[in-house]
Design a protein around this ligand. Structure first.
Ligand code: GLC
Length: 561
């Protein structure tokens, strides 16, 4: 630990994150855009690239370092675009390659990097290679690009195993000639066969294609599942789920071979100047995450531990301690995520009683148990200020800067997430965090576009619109702008020192340069720590830090800078 009163020494990242700096990603604020729900320029109800380009000033004013763009590739939308029919093109409903280039230019012109989503575990069933595989015979090279197996039973009429898919139902789909193909997600998402060199080569071409177009980095979807051991006999679902499997022994997930793939990708990333970055979405135990985050692999991995943690001092501190240690061991920096396109928005999670079953709450249409939205937003802002003060990268999800709650009462007929149908109506899925953004308090689709939005927006969206919040110092939007601007000013080496002896329920830490962050996770006010308050997530007193509030303080010397 450096002496925090000394100038920052030996940073593992260049503090100013200058353009061309190869370590910009280590402490970046990355803003996730789910393109179909961000901004629609042509009124067809679907967000598009020109809509996003027109909103680059919003992102620049917010102060983000990078945008992570969720899939915008041609897709039948069986899974919100994560069913990719062509990884090297733009869905015509979203735009064109020329418009993609315009987006890159606009973002780079505003000093914002671009990360695109790569979905390497599966393709769409509309991908030309999958169409060819269906048309070809069992045992053909076309089928070898995917995971086809003969079914059980005399005529192959039974699935090769009893595995279930993530969205529900069997993980196997019959193709009518005794063979079945594997899909860990929807049936429209056949899994690639990563033992096939053609599949590997094709993905390298995809990465090169986007890197050549100026993309700065990649978010790798389901990064832990690519390589599988499909040797016979296949294990049963119960055997797969056994919790005493040694590390690396699962047949489908987190196998050693997957790192060969990422080492090859890393060589490709490092052939660019600056090297392209990558972040793994790998649902693996914390101690296995560093393998994905290592410098000879993808370089960084998502840590979703705060998504699962209650708003609680001990849990938050434990998650941070563990993840800073893991990231350091990997030679990476940690990541912090409170919301994304797959989970209930954090302003709503924190509005529910601790331990509430979110699935059941969604099924009740957001009525049972009742949500305390005021409290949810107060805690969400406190949690956001907490993570933004940590070393590492923070990933924000579109709309959280407006304090948007989840839309819990979407009618069943409007739901798009395959989870709803595949679970037989027992899980509502993720549409509630994907409702198109409210940019304006009035007008068709609240300024999302000139036509109605592809998912219905509730009337209360008006109160969260960006134009209502713009210029109001008490608004969540202005709070995010202040937080990001201050964070950029305070940017420092990646050290963190805990402040011990704080009152029960308070977590405080210091960063180099005289920056202290203190969060009161409890509900009773506590004495305000020493220093000059430069940011607070909610109203504070002269001498008291209120409940469920975070403050950033600077030492007097720092504050005068
Ligand atoms: C990832 C994505 C999720 C998608 C799934 C299958 O978990 O974040 O949205 O459904 O992969 O591609």
């Amino acid at each position: 630990m450096t002496d925090l009163l000394e100038p920052a020494t030996a940073p593992t990242a260049t503090p100013d994150g200058a353009a061309g700096d190869a370590t910009w990603w280590r402490q970046a604020v990355v803003y996730q855009v789910y393109p179909r729900s961000f901004a629609d320029s042509n009124g067809d109800g679907t967000g598009d690239l020109p809509g996003l380009t027109a909103r680059v000033p919003h992102l620049a004013r917010l102060g983000v370092d990078a945008v992570w763009l969720s899939p915008f590739y041609p897709s039948e939308l069986a899974d919100g675009g994560y069913d990719v029919a062509d990884h090297r093109d733009v869905d015509p409903r979203i735009g064109t390659l020329e418009q993609f280039d315009e987006l890159v230019a606009a973002l780079h012109g505003a000093g914002i990097k671009l990360i695109v989503d790569i979905v390497p575990n599966h393709s769409s069933d509309r991908h030309p290679w999958f169409r060819q595989a269906l048309a070809a015979a069992p045992g053909s090279p076309e089928r070898e690009r995917y995971v086809f197996r003969r079914g059980r039973g005399e005529h192959g009429e039974l699935p090769p195993s009893d595995w279930t898919a993530a969205f529900g139902g069997s993980a196997w789909e019959h193709v009518g000639d005794g063979e079945w193909y594997l899909h860990l997600f929807a049936p429209e998402q056949p899994d690639w066969n990563w033992a096939n060199p053609e599949v590997r080569e094709d993905h390298l071409s995809t990465l090169r294609f986007w890197a050549d177009r100026g993309v700065d980095g990649f978010r790798i979807d389901v990064a832990h599942a690519l390589t599988k051991d499909m040797s016979l006999p296949l294990p049963t679902a119960a055997e797969l789920a056994a919790d005493d499997l040694p590390d690396g022994a699962h047949r489908l997930f987190d196998r050693e071979e997957v790192h060969e793939v990422y080492r090859e990708w890393r060589r490709l990333f490092d052939s660019y100047d600056p090297p392209r970055t990558a972040v793994a979405e790998a649902w693996v135990p914390a101690h296995r995450r560093s393998r994905y985050a290592s410098p000879d692999g993808l370089g960084q991995a998502f840590n979703f531990d705060l998504l699962r943690s209650a708003f609680d001092a001990r849990s938050f501190r434990a998650v941070v301690e563990e993840n800073l240690a893991l990231a350091a061991r990997a030679g990476s920096s940690s990541t912090w995520v409170l919301s994304n396109h797959d989970v209930v928005r954090h302003a709503t999670r924190y509005a529910l009683p601790d331990g509430a079953d979110e699935e059941a709450w969604l099924l009740s249409g957001g009525t049972e148990p009742p949500a305390d939205h005021g409290r949810g937003l107060r805690r969400a802002r406190a949690a956001t200020a907490f993570v933004l003060a940590l070393p590492g990268s923070t990933y924000l999800y579109q709309g959280e800067e407006l304090g948007l709650p989840e839309v819990a009462d979407l009618p069943a007929g409007a739901l798009q997430d395959p989870t709803w149908v595949r679970s037989g109506g027992t899980r509502k899925g993720r549409d509630g965090c994907r409702v198109p953004l409210p940019w304006e308090a009035s007008g068709t689709s609240f300024g999302f576009g000139p036509g109605p939005a592809h998912l219905p927006q509730p009337g209360w969206y008006a109160g969260f619109a960006a134009d209502v919040q713009d210029g109001d110092p008490a608004s969540t939007l202005e709070f995010y702008r202040r937080a990001l601007a201050r964070r950029a000013r305070l940017r420092c080496a990646e050290d963190l020192e805990w402040v011990e002896g704080t009152p029960e329920g308070v977590v405080a830490f210091r960063r180099p340069g005289g920056w202290t962050c203190a969060t009161n996770f409890g509900t009773d006010p506590v004495p305000l720590p020493a220093g000059q308050v430069v940011l607070s997530s909610g109203p504070i007193g002269e001498t008291l830090l209120g409940g469920e509030t975070t403050v950033w303080l600077e030492d007097e010397a720092g504050a005068a800078r």
